[in-house]
Design a binder for this molecule. Sequence first.
Ligand SMILES: *Cc1c(COP(=O)(O)O)cnc(C)c1O
Length: 406
Amino acid sequence: MSNKLDASLMPDEQGFFGEYGGRFVPPMLEPIMQEIGDAYEKIKDDPVFKEELFYLQKHYTGRPSPIFHAKNISNNIGGAQIYLKREDLNHTGAHKINHCLGEALLAKKMGKKKLIAETGAGQHGVALATAAALVGLECDIYMGEVDIAKEAPNVTRMNILGAKVIPVTHGLKTLKEAVDSAFEAYVGDPITQFYAIGSVVGPHPFPQMVRDFQSVIGREAKEQFQELTGKQPENLVACVGGGSNAMGLFTEFLNDEDVNIFGVEPAGTSFKTGDHAATLKLGTPGMIHGFKCYLLQDENGEPSAVNTIASGLDYPGVGPQHSYLKDVKRVNYETINDKEAIDAFMRLSREEGIIPALESAHAVAHAMKMAATMSKNETILVNLSGRGDKDIDYIVEVYGKELGLA
Ligand SMILES: *Cc1c(COP(=O)(O)O)cnc(C)c1O
């Protein structure tokens, strides 16, 4: 029996990927989510919208992002050939601009006045503030006070871009509380505001919509890889936080049965609760932020504390489509710990002259591990989701001595 999966049919009308996803929101938000879904369905195949988005992807973001053959690392490992899809070269330095532009354009077409979102380390906030400035929308970013103190440069960026950074002062004053506050503000006025979710998570239609906006990565990669090597990659690797850059690369290849696909989660410092964010490896089905997915949770269904050096991967839930792809065994989910990620971060910097985001370093680390066990004519395409400039201060502060940088 073929286990063939038709990705183009996902999700169903209610937003389910198998048993995952859906839309579990307060009744007053139900019609609003429906309206966003309807507007998106109408606009996504509209030639004018597609052309506008394509124009911005090309002339603003700088797409297509290149594919680079990391020959030095490949040779030094002596196994499979590693290729990098360079999302780090996008305007604002990561893949997040892909869905922020899509969401901002949609909000504008729907007549919304303001984009709102939460941010943890500030990466989603900066990408959204950028898109808001470009399309001419106001932008409120909710951010925990603790994160505001830690991530001063991103707060400054958002301010310069004209966004309002709203400090969140309750609880632990970090990402989870920021989500609560942004959500509360959204419920207060869902008519003029548009809640721009930052990954393939949240209630339907966001997992599908964010995936579609990101899937440009895989569409480009398929063509570029063929042109560069005369074949398709045998293996794909991407890091998984919420899962947007991974779905961006994977979607175009899901129906290609010969392509092996790997998602990489952060194992942090250990597999003890609170030390990692390996949701698909160690979680169980549960509910978070209006949808069903694998979840790191306690016995009451409350999300567990999570930990990783890569703040963009620090989420106790994961996209519903990833949850489904795990169950049907189409994608293999693996883990990389902090130490392995730092090692990959340094190696890519020293051997290829590319400083990767710590998130992306998880994907690179797993690709390096795999490459060592494979033959020289096999290939691995890694999604290099972002650049590491944002991480250098942290690296020096915490690992400077060990790495000879301080
Ligand atoms: C936010 C972020 C991620 C994690 O988000 P996904 O939705 O899992 O892709 C990964 N890499 C970078 C560079 C990021 O900024």
